[in-house]
Design a protein. Structure first.
Length: 97
């Protein structure tokens, strides 16, 4: 059973091109970044826009690009992207604004 867990972790590290000695927060950020890149590539698509409406009714449009996602710090990814089942909850103002 433990070997299966190690094999799974090794598989994730290899798939994401991550070193085996990284910090857990770096691994979590890499997984969230990968999920975000995958999701954003199809909806809204790179170059497309995400729309946000504040509690006060202010509307903002944030352009989504692969470069922006790749340049965001791990800390911002960890604070701005959450997985909830098959959905990603994204604070696009923090990521793309």
């Amino acid at each position: 059973m433990l070997q299966s867990i190690y094999n799974t972790v090794d598989g994730v590290l290899k798939q994401l091109n991550l070193p085996p000695d990284l910090e857990p927060s770096q691994g979590a950020a890499a997984i969230l970044r990968n999920l975000l890149l995958s999701k954003a590539s199809t909806k809204p698509g790179f170059g497309g826009y995400m729309v946000n409406v504040s509690d006060g009714g202010k509307i903002t449009f944030d352009q989504v690009t692969q470069e922006k996602i790749n340049s965001v710090s791990d800390e911002t990814i960890l604070n701005s992207v959450y997985a909830n089942g098959a959905s990603l909850i994204i604070n696009s103002n923090a990521l793309f604004g």
